[in-house]
Design a protein around this ligand. Structure first.
Ligand SMILES: [Zn+2]
Length: 328
């Protein structure tokens, strides 16, 4: 799939491409007759004149031009990095948060894919048909729900920041390619946002997002959360493996995205005291389980319940579920 965001923009005055153009006449000069050689030489002169007139340093040795390009690109990369970090400040909960509860259903999706082509997969009940997902987003919107970000939920929980009426946080686990191909277009068409929980050891597995595709979701304004490195059940795996899976996956994503990552999802919803402590120790501010519910509390920010949205759910059923407390 084309992924334009993975390629840094190339300035029109980029020296390498101009060198390529200048070199092009050389083989023609060798393989054709003197007339062609004359024409080719003329092209070289014209290209060189245009290059120098444009101020790109076309007459300088290649090493000098490379040095100029390097100097020119590093500040831009640094600026982009700083902009990403500035737009995603670290979410650090207060040491003693005031007890506060907000009603924010966190919808839990997995796959959004045509089930007919997914018969070999092991998530039959968690594979939502793409038209059903689109209908669910439309139903939410028409019923007055507004999707919020992880930072908005954090602000509401810990600082009492106002939320839109009928807030909802949309989440999807595991980092399937569906996130980009099926969910993102629908979310953007509805002006909605979501958090995608990524397994950082699966960037190269078929059916999962690559690293550059995760960056694309992030660049498009979606939230990215961690879902461990290899999706193991966390209870009982030992301190070293726990740190590798939890803190390691946060490190992976922060290196990839260039900004802090605040949210975590427990694989298969399984956790114990040690895994919750590891999530806190790793610096996550919020973590979600698979326990049903839609009341989120500042006193349990690492054990937030979710509303499971599976294959058997209908758009109307989703609205009824949310209206009844999310315990469906
Ligand atoms: Zn999972």
């Amino acid at each position: 799939m084309p992924d334009s965001s993975a390629r840094p923009p190339r300035a029109p005055w980029d020296p390498p491409s101009r060198r390529d153009r200048a070199r092009r006449p050389a083989p023609r000069r060798r393989s054709r007759g003197p007339l062609v050689a004359l024409l080719a030489a003329a092209v070289v002169v014209v290209v060189a004149v245009i290059a120098m007139a444009s101020g790109g340093g076309g007459g300088r040795p290649a090493s000098h031009r490379a040095a100029r390009a390097s100097v020119a690109h590093h500040p831009l990369a640094a600026a982009r990095h700083a902009a990403r970090a500035a737009s995603h400040p670290a979410l650090v909960p207060p040491a003693s948060p005031a007890p506060r509860t907000v009603r924010v259903p966190i919808l839990m999706y997995h796959r959004v894919h045509a089930y007919a082509t997914e018969l070999t997969k092991s998530l039959p009940d968690l594979t939502v048909e793409p038209p059903v997902f689109a209908a669910e987003m439309t139903a939410l919107q028409q019923a007055g729900y507004r999707s919020i970000t992880v930072a908005q939920l954090f602000g509401a929980l810990f600082h009492g920041a106002p939320l839109p009426p009928k807030p909802v946080l949309i989440s999807a686990d595991d980092g399937y390619l569906d996130d980009l191909t099926q969910m993102l277009p629908v979310l953007e068409a509805h002006h909605m946002t979501a958090v995608f929980f990524i397994i950082t050891g699966r960037f190269h597995e078929p059916g999962f997002l690559t690293a550059s595709q995760v960056r694309r979701l992030d660049a498009d304004g979606m939230d990215i959360g961690a879902h461990t490195r290899s999706h193991v059940d966390l209870p009982g795996i030992g301190a070293a493996a726990l740190a590798d899976q939890v803190a390691g996956s946060r490190d992976d994503l922060q290196r990839l995205l260039g900004h802090p990552v605040a949210a975590f999802a427990y694989p298969a919803g399984r956790f114990d005291d040690a895994s919750v402590a590891a999530v806190r120790q790793a610096g996550f501010a919020l973590a979600v389980t698979t326990q049903p519910g839609e009341q989120e509390s500042s006193t349990q920010p690492l054990l937030m319940p979710r509303v499971r949205v599976g294959r058997s759910m209908t758009p109307q059923g989703l609205l009824s579920c949310l209206a009844s407390g999310g315990g469906c």
